[in-house]
Design a binder for this molecule. Structure first.
Ligand code: BT5
Length: 270
């Protein structure tokens, strides 16, 4: 039995069962390492690469004690409440195109969630998975090097069982809050399968833009993009061939690699 303090008073252990790696049957080269606790699965996957692990390792933690978001922000999840997963990848694709990796991971999450829950998620550029407009998942790409060889670590967190008071911000949600009771092992299987499909197609030269445009909630919106030291207000026109956001602002077209996107309503949308 897991210790009672892993769970809040009103939730019972049987609705938050542990992951069951023995039930997984993952496509090659993917293989899973499930940890009871990790500081951050991205950090563990990076360390494994530096210890000699090759592409395809999938590190999963039942609990992250210091999960990371972008720009040193936190990713906060109670034990066994969610999926916290990192992929170790060494794609034979130009490093300048690795910017697609978080977007491909978003596409994989959207497919897996649609398959397992029948709820259709939307993707908010660059790294949010939205359910009914609220953030249920986040994605983090980090690059690491070992003996001059680069690897990408792509981490994703998906909120599964959390109640509202277990989420760190009010505009976050979980599958449970959206009405979906999900088996995390089944969701992990679906996520890795979907990621494998997206990744293989992309490594094989397929342009993911059409698929991304279909799933992305951000294109066509009036937005403010918050960047370090600068905010840009404009209309999102597209994503470009490297996955950058194309924003028309003050008559100029900007291609943005990073930023936090805030959706704003135009007067005519109120
Ligand atoms: C992200 O950053 O959304 C990327 C999150 C990546 C997490 C995964 S879990 C597996 C792997 N290992 C890691 O250590 N990280 C990855 P960003 O866009 O910067 O959003 C971070 C912000 O989201 C925080 O500042 C909070 O406002 C909010 N947040 C934190 N935890 C959340 C949660 N569980 N659900 C929704 N929002 C959350």
């Amino acid at each position: 039995m897991p210790s009672a303090n892993l769970f809040s008073m009103n939730s019972s252990a049987d609705v938050r069962p542990p992951l069951e790696p023995a039930r997984l049957s993952l496509p090659k080269p993917f293989r899973v390492e499930v940890l009871e606790t990790a500081v951050s699965t991205n950090a563990v996957a990076a360390a494994r690469f530096q210890e000699g692990e090759s592409e395809g390792l999938v590190v999963v933690a039942e609990h992250q004690t210091a999960g990371r978001g972008r720009l040193d922000r936190d990713w906060i999840t109670p034990a066994r409440s969610s999926l916290t997963v990192s992929f170790l990848l060494t794609p034979q694709v130009e490093v300048t195109r690795w910017t697609w990796l978080p977007l491909l991971t978003g596409l994989a999450a959207a497919s897996a969630l649609a398959e397992v829950t029948q709820i259709a998620p939307k993707l908010k550029w660059p790294n949010d998975v939205l359910l009914n407009g609220r953030k249920a998942g986040g994605i983090l790409l980090e690059l690491v090097e070992h003996q001059s060889a680069p690897a990408a670590i792509v981490g994703i967190g998906i909120n599964v069982h959390q109640a509202q008071d277990e989420l760190p911000v009010p505009d976050a949600t979980s599958l449970a809050l959206e009405g979906a009771a999900v088996d995390r092992t089944q969701l992990l299987q679906a996520l890795v399968e979907a990621f494998s499909r997206e990744y293989d197609a992309w490594c094989g030269g397929l342009d993911p833009r059409e698929r991304y445009r279909d799933e992305c909630d951000t294109i066509g919106r009036e937005v403010v993009v918050h960047m370090i030291g600068q905010d840009l207000r404009g209309t999102v026109q597209d994503v470009d061939e490297t996955g950058q956001l194309v924003v028309l602002a003050d008559g100029q077209v900007h291609h943005l690699a990073v930023g936090d996107v805030e959706y704003v309503r135009r007067q005519d949308q109120i």
